[in-house]
Design a protein around this ligand. Structure first.
Ligand SMILES: *Cc1c(COP(=O)(O)O)cnc(C)c1O
Length: 347
């Protein structure tokens, strides 16, 4: 690829013109003023929280059924993650449950557009506005999803993206980005990702080393051109599954807003006899996965939460199964998945 060759021959491998070009491309795509390339999605979240001075004594509301990185980013800053249950139908944070968890120490709501579906943002933004809370988006699974006429990444105060290879926009290694319209935060983040320095050897913050790799940037700029098309392919597969899977043992995922508000990072169904179902699928040549098998409050890393109960999350974690979905899937493979599922019986 030309862009990769350009970097190789430039001799400039850290924070060069390719990272800057990708940041401009991605900000434009998301509709935000600014984008900051960072090393990965977890760092993107952690840097936003740090950038807003959220730390010890502060609380951040976060869904109880998210991928662990969303929660780790809060803990890493010394702040307290306050877990709130999702909606069983959408798997996303339930706006109606947020307010009961707000205290004088609450500083932000970290929303996760899980599995690729944009959260129900209007009621969340309304609550945040009323209590003067920051809204941070975890967009690691939702590149390109629309809420109304805006893209995720442009719905709150700041947003974190991951470019881990398996994401809807993936690099050939680790990568991440932050999008925001907040100029002050942007300026801080530009220093925070680079040792807290705007000017070499002058450190105004206790910063990080978390930079988007220069070699990944041209790859991401190129792949960004295909993102909408890839997401459309995912939508076609998802709607085929939704229209043709017919089995009373299987609960299909729902789309809450418009078809464009979901980019189907994962197609997640719920099945009561999960092990039995997954074994059956495997025997019939269809590989399924679980996102995620253990709820965050049952993780060893958060053993202090082991006595807490989050029944909806626990049900989700016990029942979810991810079906194959990717822009490179052939239609024949999609038909086969449907056929196998429709023949599934529990006895
Ligand atoms: C992948 C992911 C992350 C972390 O991204 P990395 O680039 O792997 O650090 C954070 N949040 C969610 C919801 C993710 O799926």
């Amino acid at each position: 690829m030309d862009g990769v060759h350009k970097v190789l021959h430039s001799g400039w491998y850290i924070l060069g013109s390719s990272v800057k070009a990708f940041e401009d491309d991605f900000a434009e795509y998301c509709g935000t003023e600014y984008c900051v390339g960072v090393a990965n999605g977890l760092d993107a979240l952690e840097l936003i929280i740090h950038g807003y001075d959220i730390g010890p004594g502060d609380e951040v509301i976060v869904p109880s059924n998210t991928y662990i990185a969303s929660i780790l980013s809060i803990s890493a800053n010394g702040a307290v993650p306050v877990l709130v249950e999702p909606d069983l139908q959408t798997f996303n944070l339930d706006p109606a449950k947020i307010e009961a968890h707000i205290t004088p120490n609450t500083k932000a709501i970290l929303v996760v557009h899980l599995y690729g579906q944009a959260c129900d943002m209007n009621p969340i933004l309304e609550i945040a506005n009323r209590y003067n809370l920051k809204v941070i988006e975890d967009c690691a699974q939702s590149h390109g999803a629309l809420y109304g006429d805006k893209r995720v990444g442009n719905l709150g105060d700041a947003a974190a993206f991951s470019f881990y290879p398996g994401k809807n926009l993936g690099a050939l290694g680790d990568g991440g980005a932050i999008t925001t319209n907040d100029e002050e935060l942007y300026n801080r983040l530009m220093a925070l990702r680079n040792y807290g320095s705007h000017k070499k050897y002058e450190n105004i913050y206790k910063g990080y080393n978390s930079r988007l790799d220069e070699l990944q940037a041209p790859i991401l700029s190129e792949k960004l051109k295909w993102l909408d098309q890839d997401n459309e392919k995912r939508r076609e597969i998802a709607s085929y599954y939704s229209d043709h899977i017919l089995n009373s043992e299987v609960i299909l995922p729902i789309v809450q807003h418009t078809s464009k508000s979901h980019v189907w990072h994962l197609f997640v169904i719920r099945v009561q006899k999960r092990n039995h179902f997954m074994e059956y699928m495997n025997k019939n040549g269809v590989q399924t996965m679980i996102h995620y098998p253990i709820p965050p409050h049952k993780q060893e890393a958060y053993r202090e939460w082991s006595d807490l109960a989050f029944p909806i999350s626990e049900q989700i974690h016990a029942e979810v199964v991810s079906l194959p979905i990717s822009p490179v899937m052939e239609m024949g493979e999609v038909l086969r998945v449907v056929e196998v599922i429709n023949e599934y019986r529990t006895n």
